[in-house]
Ligand binder design. Structure first.
Ligand code: FES
Ligand SMILES: [Fe+2]
Length: 425
């Protein structure tokens, strides 16, 4: 039996404080709406400056139906364009990463410069106006070295606010003077919202992440205070002491660390907070010490915990004193999601001398695989007829609710302005 429900009705009747109804995770029609209304109209995190470090460096990224190329020019500016030739529409750059002089279409050799201008087009006649056939630009913004693109004609303006608020947190880590030490693409067998929801809570951490919970304390993301036994109460007390000590030290250094939460109050939703780490308190490693001996920027103190940065709809990041880990979530289909993870170290750090790659990557390679399995399990469950939305813990899943609230709000804003006529199966 096929149940047809207008998507507007599903959006209107969404129950706050509970997971979404099944069609939001499994319907092809809602997936297509997500691509159009969320991924093609909001600021999407796709890369960092060090992805294209030198003039002529080029990278392609697929956001829903759009292929976008990022190109660094001689002026060191990174620009973004639709990866589509203005002649007969061939895809221009095939490789994920390459270095180009100009952008030359292989089909008939139309040639574009670093600003997207059409420089060369043979056999088009004297009356052909090259100036009308430059590459179509895509909006691009760097926020502390994190590169966001927006495919809308008029992108949400409040990225200015996000940039103003996040820059003081990010700047000490000097991401633009990092290099990518390791990059890893994982295709998760689940809907992109399940990937995001899973990231927005640590309820599952103790039961599933033996490596991550060495540096990260699960109580940093909330707990039910009345349910703690004596052992866990002692744990919480220790964590409170670590927190108080860390915040006092960071304040003394002039390092912003307090929580900023604009997850549901902005179209370009974000949150940041410097999290205290356990043990030596230095990094996301198995021994909680820095993985790279060359600290980032002008930092001299290794014990900076982990600056957690989240953006809606598709990213999270951890900035430590010695390295940064970035995560970009890109939907591929209703039940397939690309999770792209990058580990960045100081650009002058040398593998084998300043850092050991296995030590640098171990915690998040293991954690990603564990999360992949959880997302697969969650997706397999929401596909079943027995699934119905279940309640979030008000202690540990408040940020999952904020993700869903933001998502439903953004769908409403677009759908109620222009009803979709889409019914989910
Ligand atoms: S389609 Fe690109 S040059 Fe013809
Ligand atoms: Fe996880």
């Amino acid at each position: 039996m096929t149940l047809s429900i207008p998507v507007e009705d599903l959006v209107r009747r969404r129950l706050a404080g509970a997971s979404l109804e099944a069609p939001f995770y499994i319907s092809r029609a809602i997936y297509d709406l997500d691509v159009d209304l969320i991924f093609h109209r909001h600021w999407i995190f796709v890369a960092t400056g060090p992805d294209v470090p030198e003039p002529g460096d080029c990278m392609t990224v697929e956001v829903g139906k759009a292929s976008v190329l990022l190109l660094r020019g001689e002026d060191m500016q990174v620009r973004a364009f639709h990866n589509v030739c203005r002649h007969r529409g061939a895809r221009l750059i095939q490789d994920h990463k390459s270095t180009v002089g100009n952008v030359v279409c292989r089909y008939h050799q139309w040639t574009y410069g670093e600003t997207g201008d059409l420089l060369f087009a043979e056999h088009m006649g004297a009356d052909f106006d090259k100036s009308c056939h430059g590459l179509k630009p895509v909006h691009l913004r760097s926020v502390g070295g994190l590169l966001f693109i927006c495919l809308a004609d008029e992108p949400p303006a409040d990225i200015d606010r996000m940039e103003a608020q996040l820059t003081p947190y990010l700047a000490p880590h000097d991401l633009d003077n990092c290099k990518i030490a390791y990059s890893y693409d994982l295709i998760e067998p689940g809907n992109w919202k399940l990937t995001m929801e899973n990231n927005r809570e640590c309820y599952h951490c103790v039961g599933n992440h033996p490596e991550l919970t060495i540096p990260l304390q699960e109580y940093g993301f909330g707990f039910a205070p009345d349910e703690l036994d004596d052992f866990r109460k002692a744990d919480v007390e220790t964590y409170r002491e670590v927190l108080a000590d860390s915040y006092a030290r960071w304040a003394g250094m002039g390092l912003p660390s307090e929580e900023l939460d604009e997850l549901t109050t902005a179209v370009t939703g974000f949150r940041t907070q410097r999290l205290a780490l356990m043990g030596a308190g230095e990094s996301h490693t198995m021994d909680t010490r820095v993985a790279s001996q060359k600290l980032l920027g002008n930092l001299t103190d290794a014990r900076l915990g982990g600056l957690s940065v989240w953006t809606h709809p598709n990213s999270w990041h951890h900035f430590m004193s010695d390295h940064v880990v970035t995560f970009s979530v890109l939907p591929i289909g209703p039940d397939r999601t690309l999770l792209r993870t990058n580990w960045l170290v100081h650009k002058d750090a040398v593998a084998g001398r300043d850092y050991d790659l296995e030590n640098l990557t171990k915690v998040w390679l293991m954690t990603n695989q564990q999360d992949n399995d959880l997302v697969a399990m969650a997706h397999a469950g929401v596909e079943q007829p027995g699934y119905e939305p279940g309640p979030y813990s008000r202690f540990t899943e408040g940020f999952v609710e904020k993700f869903c609230e933001w998502y439903i709000d953004r769908l409403s804003a677009h759908l109620l302005a222009t009803p979709s006529q889409v019914a989910a199966e």
